[in-house]
Ligand binder design. Structure first.
Ligand SMILES: [Zn+2]
Length: 191
């Protein structure tokens, strides 16, 4: 039984498609089956990423080729300028969102609709999984680097407390900025 009129049904379908498109479902289903847990449509991040794998430091966008201007998608001849402008604006926004996410320390992966066509789908999903794990290693490396920086900072402070050895230790290496000697904080401590 059809409970909706034709118009209502297509409006509802459009809404559903916007929220959870078929390409996105393919990716999510695969991730879930492989044991990855994720959040979807995360509004608190730039561009509302379709999939967020926090533990792996990765966000994934699944982009429709037409809307996001991938390759030479066919633009309808009617209102060609309207579509071209719209798609260009989408592309600019995508770039901005991606740059912002990278600045925030996320890795960003874009999967295109055309990469999920049956003939290439399996390859794409496998590559995605590889990149997820690369992202995880990248995250671990960044964490280790941060930790190393923190502990060398602590060491520098400890050295400086042990009779000002700090300057000698790091002279010429340019690793640590030399603190100004006559700053007010130092003066205060001396008095
Ligand atoms: Zn494409």
């Amino acid at each position: 039984m059809d409970i909706w009129s034709k118009e209502k049904r297509s409006a509802v379908m459009a809404k559903i498609r916007g929220k959870d498109t078929r390409p996105e479902r393919i990716v999510r289903r695969y991730l879930f089956s492989r044991g990855y847990r994720y959040r979807k449509n995360v509004k608190s991040l730039p561009g509302t990423p379709d999939i967020v794998l926090r533990k792996y430091g990765l966000v994934i966008f699944v982009h429709g080729c037409f809307w996001h201007g991938h390759g030479d998608s066919h633009i309808p001849h009617s209102r060609i300028e309207y579509w071209t402008n719209k798609i260009e604006a989408n592309k600019k926004r995508d770039q901005r969102d991606k740059a912002e996410l990278l600045r925030m320390g996320w890795n960003v992966l874009t999967i295109w609709e055309c990469q999920l066509k049956p003939a290439v789908r399996e390859q794409t999903l496998k590559e995605m999984e590889y990149l997820i794990n690369q992202s995880y290693l990248d995250l671990l490396r960044k964490k280790a680097e941060r930790k190393a920086r923190r502990s060398s900072r602590c060491k520098a402070i400890k050295d400086s407390k042990q009779g000002g050895k700090r300057e000698d230790n790091h002279k010429g290496k340019g690793e640590y900025p030399t603190p100004p000697v006559n700053n007010s904080l130092a003066a205060e401590r001396l008095s």
